[in-house]
Design a protein around this ligand. Structure first.
Ligand SMILES: [Zn+2]
Length: 237
């Protein structure tokens, strides 16, 4: 069945994408966008999507080997090559020698890809940021723990010298102890060391290290701390 140009009604011959009389692009012509192909190569090239878009079945190989990440590298280079190809050379190769540079269609693919990328970055941030924050808080809480570790032998010394537990921080020989930046305050209560981590950390509660006499020695436990367990050192959980 003969086809005719929608603009001038000249009969369309063969596979030519344009009317030979008025140059109008025929209605059934599927335009392959250079920008869209490059965008697909950059964002989804690991799965060979840009190859499928260009009607090339060997995109399957990208899909098969995507687990090696090598297709992503190949596609990235291909994306750059596609972008640096002139529109004329592109049309000769993929658009049956179309004489125009109609970039319509590209936006349809590029815009969703950009949104998809922004969405993915957002998702990653939503997962990574809280994990990073927890990590930071844990390391800041560690300063309280380390302070208590320094004070433990001082409490033990006091007990040996006075045969009773110290009641105040000032009773300890703590002249050399520097209170770390991430500690708000520290107190001693019947031998127990109570450290309040800095409120700026954003974690509530205190760290409590209680001494227990057993035989000749002393055992410490810090399981009565009220700081949320996930921020505590393993020995205090
Ligand atoms: Zn025509």
């Amino acid at each position: 069945m003969a086809k005719y140009c929608a603009e001038c009604s000249t009969e369309l011959v063969g596979e030519a994408p344009q009317c030979r009389s008025c140059g109008a692009v025929r209605g059934d012509f599927v335009y392959k966008s250079r920008v869209a192909a490059a965008a697909l190569a950059f964002f989804t090239g690991i799965f060979g999507v840009h190859r499928f878009y260009l009607g090339q079945w060997w995109g399957v190989f990208y899909l098969l080997f995507c687990w090696t990440y090598i297709p992503a590298l190949v596609a990235f280079v291909e994306g750059i090559v596609i972008l640096s190809t002139s529109q004329k050379a592109w049309n000769d190769k993929y658009n049956k020698g179309l004489s125009l540079g109609i970039e319509k269609g590209g936006v349809v693919i590029v815009v969703p890809l950009i949104f998809l990328t922004i969405f993915s970055i957002g998702m990653l941030a939503a997962i990574a940021l809280p994990a990073y924050q927890d990590y930071t808080r844990r390391s800041q809480i560690l300063e309280s723990h380390q302070l208590a570790e320094q004070l433990k032998p001082l409490v033990e010394d006091y007990l040996q010298q006075h045969q009773e537990w110290p009641e105040r921080y000032s009773q300890l020989a703590a002249g050399d102890i520097v209170i770390p930046e991430m500690v708000d305050s520290v107190e001693i209560n019947t031998g127990a060391i109570i450290v309040w981590p800095a409120s700026s950390i954003g974690v509530h509660g205190y760290m409590m290290y209680s001494p227990l006499r057993y035989g000749e020695g002393i055992k410490w436990r810090c399981t009565e701390s009220t700081v949320e367990a996930k921020y505590l050192p393993g020995s205090c959980r």
